[in-house]
Design a protein around this ligand. Structure first.
Ligand SMILES: *Cc1c(COP(=O)(O)O)cnc(C)c1O
Length: 395
């Protein structure tokens, strides 16, 4: 294999050889459901696994294959797998790795639908879980059970941007041979590569930064070849949450600019976070790049840059937060993140509305908290919009 190249180069080239595709510079879109066998015997050989080649697009597709090899390369993984949504990826991993009677140890905050899925698994399939803050080695150890089959982590956690120390988790998990799964959506491999720290599986909602243009719903998984092959042959193939070739094509395109986009998202977040901190109508800012932020040191250690998201509490209550959102004009009120457009949302009534109030309180989600996903616009324009609406917030 060729020498491993730098990230930005791999983001453009890995997994694709033009000579294998009639010298097309851009990776072609193979928008097909099935593939033609030259003879009946060739079909037999492909099904028997004796001959390389595509059969049917739920089992594999050349466009999707480029994407899978590219995410594997960027995450430093042996193999990758693409799905029709982030949740298709999450569910394929969870159903693939646990069985009835198992226990999953999770970070206190997980994506709302992951939370829903964990509850369904508990009620219908006897897979138990605990949501824990995972602050220290001792605490993680004390939460592991005989039947803990998986540690499932999001870091930074949505929307408080609390950071989990992956090094510490890996130390505890490795001793006991428990696989560690990380939802790396908020960081992308450009900012954080959990597999290099010893974690076992990385999941992405590629809908966010990886697609980057707000036009695709998709998911990705990366890890060891054996694990990925197992998921491909079981929960991906038989549950069937595969990606469409067109969406894979859009993600291949999106990944080419991931490094430069992430730089800009992060740069904008840094500038806006420091301005928000100084504004008299802002009570508190949650941003891992702020030296005063409790998890600042861990963030510095495990993330290349502090990310493109900021949460903050404005003075007042739910009504004040809603009025503030309504007073914005450039910044759009929408859930999702990682797009070219700056997006803002109110976690207590939107992304985390399904989370029971008691859990929200434990996670530190208040009714005056707002989450901001910095886009790629000029930061001055983003700030002008925020400032105008903030100035109108009543004391
Ligand atoms: C959006 C998101 C998901 C779910 O992904 P979809 O593509 O919407 O299915 C999972 N985890 C995190 C952290 C997310 O932000």
């Amino acid at each position: 294999m060729a020498k491993k190249r730098k990230f930005a180069t791999e983001a453009i080239h890995s997994g694709y050889e033009a000579v294998e595709h009639k010298n097309s510079l851009a990776s072609p879109l193979y928008q097909t459901s099935t593939f033609v066998f030259e003879t009946a015997e060739a079909g037999e050989r492909r099904f028997a696994g004796e001959e390389e080649g595509f059969i049917y697009s739920r089992l594999g597709n050349p466009t999707v294959k480029v994407l899978e090899e590219r995410i594997a390369s960027l995450e430093g993984a042996e193999a990758g797998l693409a799905f029709g949504s982030g949740m298709a990826a999450v569910s394929a991993v969870l159903f693939g790795l646990v069985k009835a009677g198992d226990h999953i140890l999770c970070s206190q905050g997980v994506y709302g639908c992951t939370f829903g899925l964990l509850h369904m698994m508990k009620e219908k399939f006897q897979v138990d879980h605990d949501l824990v803050s995972l602050d220290t080695k001792e605490q993680v150890e004390s939460c592991l059970k005989e039947n803990t089959a998986l540690i499932y982590i999001e870091t930074p956690i949505n929307p408080t941007l609390k950071i989990i120390d992956l090094d510490m988790i890996v130390q505890v998990a490795k001793d006991r041979g428990i696989p560690v799964v990380v939802d790396n959506t908020f960081c992308t491999p450009y900012l954080q590569r959990p597999l290099e720290l010893g974690c076992d599986i990385v999941i992405h909602s590629a809908t966010k930064y990886i697609g980057g243009h707000g036009d695709v719903i998709a998911g990705l998984v990366a890890g060891k070849q054996e694990m990925i092959s197992y998921l491909a042959k079981t929960t991906q193939k038989d549950i069937g949450g595969v990606i469409s070739p067109f969406d894979a094509w859009l993600l291949i395109r999106g990944l080419k600019t991931l490094p430069i986009r992430m730089e800009r998202h992060c740069e904008n977040a840094g500038k806006i976070a420091s301005l928000l901190k100084e504004h008299p109508k802002v009570e508190r800012v949650f941003y891992p790049g702020d030296e005063a932020y409790p998890d600042y040191q861990i963030a510095q250690r495990q993330m290349k840059m502090p990310g493109g998201l900021i949460s903050f509490e404005i003075k007042g209550n739910k009504k004040s937060a809603q009025r503030f959102l309504n007073d914005l004009s450039l910044i759009k009120i929408a859930v999702s993140l990682g797009d070219a457009e700056t997006l803002i949302q109110h976690p207590a009534t939107m992304t985390h509305a399904v989370v029971p109030e008691e859990n929200r309180a434990k996670m530190g989600i208040t009714e005056n908290m707002i989450r901001l996903s910095l886009g790629l616009e000029e930061w001055e324009d983003i700030w002008d919009d925020l400032k105008e609406a903030l100035d109108k917030v009543a004391e």
